[in-house]
Design a protein around this ligand. Sequence first.
Ligand code: MSP
Length: 538
Amino acid sequence: MRKRDSLQAVGACALLSSTVFALWQVPMKTYITTPIYYVNGAPHIGHAHTSVMADILKRNRIAIGYEGKLTTGCDEHGQKNQEAAAESGLSVEEYLDGRSAEFRNVFDRLSVEYDYFVRTSCPEHKQRVAEIEQRMYDADLIVKKEYSGTYCTGCEQFKKPSDLNDDGRCPDHPTLVPEEITEENYFLKIEPFRDALLKHIADHPDFVQPEIYKTELLKMLSEPLEDLCISRPKRRVSLGVTMPFDDDYVTYVWFDALINYITNINWPEDEYKAWWAECEHLIGKDILKTHGVYWPIMLMAIDMAPPKRLSVHGHWVGAGGLKMSKTMGNVVDPIEVMDNLGSDALRYYLARNARADADSQISVELITQAYNSELGNKLGNLLSRAGKFAKSRFDGKVPERGSGAVDDADEQLRKQVMEACAPFAKKLDLAEIPYATQGLITVCDHMNNYFADQAPWDLIKNEDTKERCAAVIYVTLDCLRLVFEAFSQVLPTTSAQALGLLNCTVPTGGDEAWVPGLDKLQAGGDLAEISTLYPRAA
Ligand code: MSP
């Protein structure tokens, strides 16, 4: 190499290493949001679901080295919350405080590691909402006019005749009779932004995932958009943010609620920018229009970019595909499930079975069955058997794997375990969670088969197979360690317990990104008392 070339090569290396250093210094960010939940009733399984999925994604990304932020919380304004507060007999403040504490409690018990718990009634949020409205008003994007329409309080939205069933009811809230409303209101002009939004979707193929919802969104955008009603007269609805340019009105609940996604990260202070650029909204399929049409346009109206990603999921329905309802008696109460089976049992069922592009079935029986037969029989039981064997036959220690004891069966199992853990060592997508979780439980079948085939209880009887026995126990416990490291993104409580029994710790992530690896279990290390991770439930 000529001197000049070699210097160029050195320069290029220096540049590369300084870039790598810079990248290493500034971790990638991930900002995950859940919808904020109406507080007109107690938290239900749908609420638990989105917040748990958001938590799994946050844990995954932190494990692999990202800096993560997760927000969840309550949508405390609007007509249906106001009606529920009135029925409760409490003051509005007492009602909202009580309900939002219930939501927070469910998410805490579910180990949802949120960084910010939203309450739209907080003064900082309200002030920002008014500021945004004022900007739009000053930019001549808001008009006042009379409007007659059919309003569904369940959705808190005006509905077009084509949105309703043949009987004139909303498909998502068939028990409610929609109201015919004629009101003078403020409206945001959204049609002028339709082309820009269509272009944004075309330029960002990943904007909406999975694909079926993108098709649905494009259909919503295929016709001119009617102006969006962004107010309600106070004489009808008083629970909300007063409009900055008209005291007789409060802000329409959706307009107010969507803005939480930027007030949470302290918009308009500079710090919000880096988080906003990485924002991913998790939403149920019923709120695609508000998040895929109204919200991006509201952002464009104040010169902001749409969120990076909308990750959409299907709904939970009762066993047999029936809608859950109190009258059917098939509602699954997250608190009751956690009281009986623990929070990881619920997290597991949600993670393992939720489909993004279809509805999924849930019932207490199905959760109990999955808990007993998958977590209990496949995962907990193996840890218990292999751990207790090592405790009694190898002086309470992890045995040495021994030299020359590597067998094809060991290598095959270790490869399968590495493959099953791999999805958790890269950035997971919402839609991948059930498949990745399924992969981990399937590899537990392989581990159980390996353990049964190798029969360590026979190997230990004979002096010349004792070393092989140690290897089998080591391989089993080391594979379990790795599986629990991956599972810690889905089952944080029981994975930490299991890793504790093995004298190992949960991967911390952040600066020390988790990289799945074999043979990290310390041979000769003490094993703790092996307790039952998933006691059988009736
Ligand atoms: N407050 C609005 C969201 C405002 S976000 C700026 C709202 N609240 S909600 O409480 O009605 O619903 C919140 C989320 O729960 C939605 O994503 C909805 O899809 C989800 N679910 C409601 N029922 C559900 C199931 N049965 N199954 C899964 N998710 C469901 O809409």
